[in-house]
Design a protein around this ligand. Structure first.
Ligand SMILES: CC(=O)N[C@@H](CCC[C@H](N)C(=O)O)C(=O)O
Length: 371
């Protein structure tokens, strides 16, 4: 395949972003391409809206697993690109279109030039939520293939094209989603003293929750609480009886996650008293940290040293990835791929440089062949 063909595939996928466990068109597109490859040594197993592709190695003493995520985000694209999303309010704003294209590129290379080891490609749904890694790990195909190690990449908008980066140990944080509802007595805007304003209760929570991080987490560890959505009210002259905030908690260790959750619950108990309201809290999907295995990061460095790609040492980031669950079960690692985009992950203008696709394919294939 030429680089133009990978760009075409990436753009096709970019146009059809779908949310977690709804990736029907994406799965069909991937299957059509995978079935066009020589089938002699491959086994294709669709799973939910994802796919397992097993390539038998020439010797088959070990099985290397490579994982890509396949879902998009609920963001309306604002790039003005000629190949922008055709799905209203949905966008590949986290680079999973590139991730999938790179996985197809690596698979194509591996099918045509089979390595000694078996290779298992995991096309995993629902990374952005509610989480596809855990059920995929527990699934029958994964249990039967039993890979020896697993690895994955993520696009890095701040990294230059031609570079990859990683580090031993913590790469991505523990995460927990956060959904809080506030219920109280609403009423007429002209009679605030007869109501319990849930806009005020939610706002008070938003202001005070940042003190949780500043005062409840060991300063030598790290945590983030970000609220990304707030909803209350229907019209300008009604004091609402319900407000909702949605956010995410990120920590670099499991104890801090427990401490932050306990503090949020204490804070909500105080808000309930102060604003005479009831609250409910739901932690949604929780992801385990991405904790890289030092031995595999070292092997990756050695594999990259034989290519035209430049390896750089990464810093840990507060992003989350359900790939952390795979690394909890299996040895392996994750790395960043530089894609040089002015706008970052989870923005409506993310625009990764497409030259990075071939860099990604080269890095993934080099690692698979390293063993
Ligand atoms: C790489 C990346 O951006 N991952 C997402 C993972 C989502 C986790 C979950 N839905 C949450 O918001 O806690 C991220 O937001 O870091």
């Amino acid at each position: 395949m030429t680089s133009e063909q990978w760009v075409t595939i990436r753009r096709d996928l970019h146009q059809i972003p779908e949310l977690g466990f709804q990736e029907y068109k994406t799965q069909a597109y991937l299957l059509e391409y995978i079935k066009s490859l020589p089938q002699d040594h491959i086994t294709i197993t669709p799973w939910e809206t994802g796919i397992f592709v097993y390539v038998e190695g020439t010797e088959g003493h070990q099985t290397v697993a490579y994982r890509t995520d396949i879902d998009g985000l609920p963001i309306a694209e604002a790039t003005d690109l000629p190949f922008q999303s055709t799905h209203d309010g949905r966008m590949h704003a986290c680079g999973h279109d590139l991730h999938m294209t790179i996985a197809l590129g690596a698979l194509t290379d591996i099918v045509h030039h089979r390595p000694a080891n078996n290779v298992l490609f995991l096309f995993q749904p629902a990374e952005e939520g509610p989480g596809g890694a855990e059920p995929m790990l527990a699934s029958e195909p994964m249990q039967s293939y039993q890979p020896d190690y697993v690895f994955a990449l993520h696009v890095d908008p701040k990294g230059p094209v031609g570079t990859v980066s990683s580090k031993p140990g913590l790469l991505f944080a523990n995460t927990s989603e956060l959904f809080i509802d506030f219920y109280g007595r609403g009423g007429h805007a002209a009679y605030p003293h007869e109501t319990k304003d849930m806009m005020m209760a939610a706002s008070a929570f938003n202001m005070q929750v940042q003190q949780v991080v500043g005062r409840m987490v060991d300063p030598l560890k790290s945590a983030v609480v970000t609220l990304g959505k707030m909803e209350a009210g229907t019209v300008q002259n009604i004091i609402p009886e319900h407000a909702r905030v949605e956010g995410t908690i990120r920590t670099t260790d499991a104890d801090s996650m427990t401490a932050v959750k306990q503090s949020i619950e204490q804070l909500l108990a105080g808000i309930e008293k102060r604003y005479s309201c009831q609250t409910t809290v739901d932690y949604g999907a929780n992801y385990y940290m991405v904790n890289n295995d030092a031995e595999y990061v070292e092997r990756f460095k050695q594999a990259i040293a034989k290519t035209n790609v430049t390896y750089q040492e990464a810093n840990a980031a507060m992003t989350g990835e359900d790939f952390g669950y795979m690394l909890k079960e299996l040895p392996g690692f994750m790395f960043w791929l530089g894609v040089d985009s002015e706008h970052g992950l989870h923005t409506s203008r993310l625009n990764p440089k497409e030259d990075a696709i071939e860099v990604g394919i080269e890095a993934v294939v080099a690692m698979i062949r390293e063993g």
